[in-house]
Design a protein around this ligand. Structure first.
Ligand code: PLP
Ligand code: ZN
Length: 478
């Protein structure tokens, strides 16, 4: 390991020499102190990773060690489902980390949904990341990014968002009072549940006449000009926090590695973080076997599927054929193609973490599939009917698992974990439209998306305002 020379004004509070930033392109390998703020490699422009000098960290020899952290939950550091695993993401001193109690999430054995997916009973698990304080998995990463932002002296943090990143950033900013949140949203695409959070938590909300991919581009430019800290998932510290989702999945399975992890793919931060978690656990000898990874795109935002499954793009030992990617994007531009799916959280055509995700797919023998909005909403209805529920994008994981089961890629006896990335109440518009009896409402919200039926609708029963009619209806339907 060669640490880059410290540049400019270095905050002394950050551990130096234990953690560092490194370009993910092995041929470049540029390194940088963790005190520096970058969203890309200075030398080649590729993504950055946080790397650790593991020999100098006291990593527990058994994963079960982390269960004992829960006994110390009176300490905010141990109460956090992220910082409980501090030894596996030690880029900041333990006493400096930011937490609002994120990561108290649930892995549920979901037999009802297993039946829908086509798995043997007891074999499907749903990881409810919607139980986080701001209602999505983003809090796992945001606490890590805000920790780093604060250590580097940031007073303003920004993100482009399809909704949940901004809700999370806005929440951390207001709870901690450490910095001002500035969020960039595209026009019209953000769900009310998410927008209402950002507004209420007091974030400066900049609505751009464009889509998410435009907002993402602008936030990078504007933040660079103004020196604002960017918390999108191009921020490598965020992904460190998101590794802990996998640690908690393993913990809930009593440290047994499942056969499959299935996750929706948008900007591909989560899938990238999961891959890195398994690379490191394996390297540290904390697991023997690695699960397979399935990343699921929405059919209306299927860049990863197109590149990986149709055009054969691979990590290729860190030298993916970026010509294939450029050609694909040029083609999107020439057709003025825009991402379009009811699963707004994954309505992204230019995933910023593409190369990291390729690495994760390579390490975890991954597959990529795409599912239609019809399949997403039907899967979401089944997840909801099984209890707790999720937002549309999250259900892509369950729809994807079902598809892979039908293809025979996943066997009925495989143990499968689907990540439910966001809370059921994030996007009530889609849910109510699905279950409505009002055909016009259904068409308005879902018809344009190619959704033609609500296979598992639970429709309200209309009755006259009379006791007798109500009694009759209840007896008929229950
Ligand atoms: C952000 C988000 C995703 C997409 O995750 P990526 O890491 O960008 O691939 C999926 N589902 C929900 C609910 C999200 O908020
Ligand atoms: Zn580089």
């Amino acid at each position: 390991m060669t640490n880059a020379k410290l540049e400019g004004t270095q905050p002394q509070s950050i551990i130096s020499g234990v953690a560092y930033q490194r370009c993910i392109n092995p041929q470049c390998g540029y390194t940088l102190d963790v005190g520096q703020v970058r969203t890309a490699c200075d030398r080649c422009g590729d993504l950055l990773d946080i790397e650790y000098d593991w020999d100098r960290i006291r990593v527990p020899s058994q994963l079960s060690h982390f269960e004992q952290m829960w006994l110390q939950r009176h300490s905010p550091l141990r109460f956090s489902g992220v910082w409980r695993f501090h030894e596996l993401l030690p880029f900041a001193p333990a006493e400096k980390v930011v937490t609002v109690g994120e990561g108290q999430t649930l892995l549920q054995k979901a037999n009802f949904v297993a039946n829908f997916v086509g798995l043997e009973k007891e074999n499907l698990f749903l990881q409810y990341e919607g139980m986080n304080p701001s209602g999505s998995f983003k809090d796992n990463g945001m606490c890590a990014a805000i920790t780093h932002a604060h250590l580097t002296g940031a007073r303003r943090a920004a993100c482009a968002s399809t909704g949940n990143t901004s809700a999370s950033l806005a929440m951390y900013s207001s709870v901690t009072g450490l910095m001002k949140a500035i969020i960039f949203i595209g026009s019209g695409k953000i769900s009310y549940g998410k927008l209402s959070q950002a507004l209420e938590y007091g974030a400066l909300t900049v609505q751009i006449a464009g889509d998410f991919d435009d907002a993402m581009q602008r936030v990078r430019e504007v933040s660079k000009d103004l020196g604002i800290y960017v918390v999108n998932s191009i921020n490598p510290f965020r992904l460190e926090g998101q590794k802990t989702i996998m640690f908690r999945v393993l913990e809930a399975l009593r440290w047994q590695v499942p056969d499959w992890i299935v996750v929706p793919g948008g900007n591909l931060g989560n899938s990238s973080a999961f891959g890195k978690a398994f690379i490191e656990l394996k390297q540290l000898g904390l697991i023997e076997r690695v699960p397979r990874l399935a990343v699921i795109n929405a059919a209306g935002a299927d860049t990863l599927y197109q590149l990986y499954s149709r055009r054969g793009l691979r990590w290729n030992s860190g030298q993916p054929d970026m010509g294939v990617v450029r050609d694909y994007y040029d083609d999107l531009d020439s057709r003025s193609a825009k991402a379009d799916t009811i699963a707004s959280a994954i309505e992204i055509n230019r995933p910023v973490n593409l190369t990291k995700c390729l690495r994760a797919l390579d390490f975890c023998d991954g597959v990529v599939r795409r599912v239609t909005d019809q399949e997403i909403l039907d899967a979401k209805a089944q997840v909801g009917a099984g209890g707790i529920g999720c937002e549309p994008a999250s259900a892509a994981s369950v729809a994807g698992a079902k598809l892979l089961r039908e293809e025979g890629v996943i066997a009925p006896s495989d143990r499968v974990v689907c990540i439910l990335t966001g809370h059921q109440l994030k996007d009530p518009t889609a849910t109510v439209a699905y279950h409505t009896t009002d055909q016009e409402k259904f068409n308005e919200v879902l018809g344009s998306r190619g959704v033609s039926r609500a296979s598992f609708a639970n429709r309200a029963v209309a009755v006259p305002n009379e006791v007798e009619a109500i009694v009759r209806a209840i007896q008929l339907y229950s």
